[in-house]
Design a protein around this ligand. Structure first.
Ligand code: PRP
Ligand code: URA
Length: 209
């Protein structure tokens, strides 16, 4: 079963608390999502392999390490994943980016995939799927299905808040995929929103409500 890693670093939890606050406006909300993704990427990449190298300093030669192994592809789920993409690219600027557009029908809660454009070498990359909200899990499972159909094998999910229902759904459909999150909340409400959550991530990011 896929592992769930809750990132409880004080900086992550502090920023998450401000993000949840109903008084936080869209400018600050966007900045916080970007910062959270950057901090969380630090944890997601903790086990990346490195190669020992030597580097010439002004005063001598130092032993150093450079990252080796698979290169990264970031896959944000539109819209809300875009702000997370920006944060990860600040940390891993050479990552390739694949975009997947998924819209959750507010009545049926079913995911509708309306767009995808992926790097052609996605199968050779470590893929980080990013979306702030893992609610019913429908959107992320649809994205993981699509990525695997395009050959992706090494995939991690990064969200900011997850519901137990969504985690269970991902674990059942894709037991090989690890889930990194800053919080696991109580439950979903009757409209499929995470409670207490933070509301509608896309609307809060872009000021569309
Ligand atoms: C939100 C969110 C996730 C999805 C989560 O997107 O960003 O993609 O809902 O819900 P699920 O786990 O139940 O599928 P939404 O469909 O509202 O689209 P938007 O980002 O374009 O606003
Ligand atoms: N999508 C959101 O943006 N928020 C939720 O709580 C659930 C789905």
């Amino acid at each position: 079963m896929s592992k769930v890693i809750v990132i409880d670093h004080p900086l992550v939890q502090h920023k998450l608390t401000i993000l949840r606050d109903v008084r936080t406006g869209h400018k600050e909300f966007r900045e916080l999502v970007e910062e959270l993704a950057m901090l969380m990427a630090f944890e997601v990449t903790r086990s990346h392999p490195t190669t020992e190298v030597e580097v010439r300093t002004p005063l001598g030669v130092a032993k150093g390490k450079t990252i080796s192994g698979q290169e990264v592809a970031v896959v944000p789920i539109l819209r809300a994943g875009l702000a997370m993409e920006a944060g990860i690219l600040r940390l891993i600027p050479t990552a390739k980016v694949g975009h997947v557009g998924i819209w959750r029908d507010p009545e049926t809660l079913q995911p509708n995939t309306y767009y995808s454009k992926l790097p052609s070498d996605i199968g050779e990359r470590e893929v980080m799927v990013v979306d702030p909200m893992l609610a019913t899990g429908g959107s992320i499972v649809a994205c993981l299905d699509l990525l695997k159909n395009h050959g992706a094998k090494n995939i991690k999910v990064m969200c900011i808040i997850a519901a137990p229902e969504g985690i269970a759904r991902v674990q059942e459909a894709h037991p090989d995929v690890e889930i990194y999150t800053a919080a696991v909340d109580e439950r979903l409400n009757d409209h499929g929103y995470i409670v207490p959550g933070l509301g509608d991530a896309g609307d809060r990011l872009y000021g569309t409500k």
